[in-house]
Ligand binder design. Structure first.
Ligand code: SF4
Length: 398
């Protein structure tokens, strides 16, 4: 099973590669959902794809909006440019864009986005017969359906294994459009499913009556995040071709840690899918990055009453992201800081491969060699380190 990670920008792409992604997906300058991710220009896409290919990895470009007729202008040229810069695949939702891609003779393989809401074998094979290379199943698919689908599919099957989940059917949500005018199906979701709601009697504007599920408020639609870590052996055994991590808007730490955990999980599953068990340390690491609590979503069926996070619309996270290792030589780390940390703190360096080394950095020096009282984001610092950390390792506070 391919491990497919999000690449919201070039730095996150490199982090995903360092921590073991086989492939990444990212948006180009238009037509991709996630309007607020750091999408790539064509020049950046070309550079990114060269970087990936040089390391034997792949890059898929999201072209997964549902455009109106008036918004289709330039799409054929756009798809051809994606092909010209070396995209390994195009992720498409809209049958119109798919049709244009096929008619224009583009050879780049097409994956049908989860936004197309493909929930069954017949729908998968419909897309396969149209020329799709891969279908990314709707997140509403149960394990039983998935197994039957993979075994009869005329194309590859990709499955979301980790990340945020919509409470609505994939690709069918209008809440954000309705409430804020920003269309989730054009990549502009404002996440109103995560908001806390109140009741207002219409002749008393501004008088909000709280609606309590309990003392923490009411988050009627706020899904926990998907985590199929325990199921990687099953997915591998079914023949799922690609396991996808959601999160183009998430941090470098998130992309690195989640990719690293699923790299280890897939490697274990490949060698022994039936005997696969997840590690306690992997669960610990997934808890350390931002999450809304975890669920297996629809994987076990549609009746998981614990799939909603009723406590808060925000995130849990048990670790802080402090910096990225740029170099390590002669017992000294060079770190680009992302947050403040202080001399004498015991911090952790997490390497690709998930080796974690705890160290007390008694003296932190700036680039000129002068000791500092604390770090500042985006500045480079040097610290003594009792090991040999790889470039791209994370400095974290657990
Ligand atoms: S409002 Fe919530 S359920 Fe709807 S698309 Fe946005 S994140 Fe998904």
């Amino acid at each position: 099973m391919e491990l497919l990670s999000p690449a919201g920008n070039f730095e996150k792409m490199k982090a995903a590669v360092s921590f073991g992604a086989d492939a990444v997906y990212f948006g180009g300058p238009a037509f991709g959902l996630r309007a607020f991710a750091g999408n790539f220009t064509f020049d950046e896409m070309e550079e990114a794809l060269k970087y990936l290919h040089h390391r034997g990895r792949k890059g898929y470009v999201t072209v997964n909006v549902f455009p109106s007729t008036g918004e289709l202008g330039g799409i054929e040229k756009y798809l051809k440019r994606c092909e010209a810069v070396g995209a390994d695949g195009l992720i498409i939702s809209d049958p119109g864009i798919f049709h244009i891609a096929r008619r224009s003779g583009i050879k780049t393989p097409v994956s049908i986005s989860t936004q197309a809401n493909t929930t069954n074998l017949a729908a998968v094979n419909f897309w396969a017969e149209q020329g799709a290379s891969r279908v990314i199943m709707a997140r509403e698919t149960s394990a039983g359906d998935l197994k039957a689908t993979v075994s009869g599919a005329g194309c590859e099957i990709e499955v979301f294994i980790h990340g945020a989940v919509c409470i609505s059917m994939s690709g069918r949500c209008l809440i954000s459009s309705y409430m804020t005018g920003r269309d989730a199906n054009k990549g502009e979701c404002t996440h109103p499913c995560r908001w806390n709601y109140a009741l207002m009697e219409e002749s008393r504007p501004g008088m909000y009556y709280p609606v309590y599920e309990d003392e923490r408020g009411t988050y009627l639609y706020n899904s926990k995040d998907l985590r199929l870590l325990e199921r990687i052996g099953e997915l591998e055994g079914m023949g799922v071709k690609s396991g996808k991590i959601e999160g183009r808007m998430k941090s470098v730490m998130y992309v690195s840690v989640v990719t690293g955990v699923y790299r280890a999980a897939i490697d274990r599953a490949v060698s022994d899918p039936d005997g696969y068990r997840a590690d306690e340390n992997w669960r610990f690491l997934l808890d350390s990055v931002s999450n809304r609590g975890y669920t297996e979503g629809f994987y076990g069926g549609a009746d998981d009453r614990e799939a909603l996070n009723r406590d808060t619309g925000g995130y849990n996270r048990s670790a802080s992201f402090l910096g990225v290792v740029k170099d390590c030589r002669d017992g000294e780390l060079t770190v680009e800081a992302r947050a403040r940390f202080f001399p004498g703190e015991t911090l952790s360096v997490l390497e690709p491969g998930l080796k974690r080394t705890d160290a007390a950095f008694e003296i932190i020096r700036d680039e000129h060699g002068s000791p500092v009282e604390n770090t500042r984001p985006n500045y480079v610092y040097k610290m003594k380190f009792p090991g040999n950390a790889e470039q791209g390792s994370l400095v974290m506070r657990f």
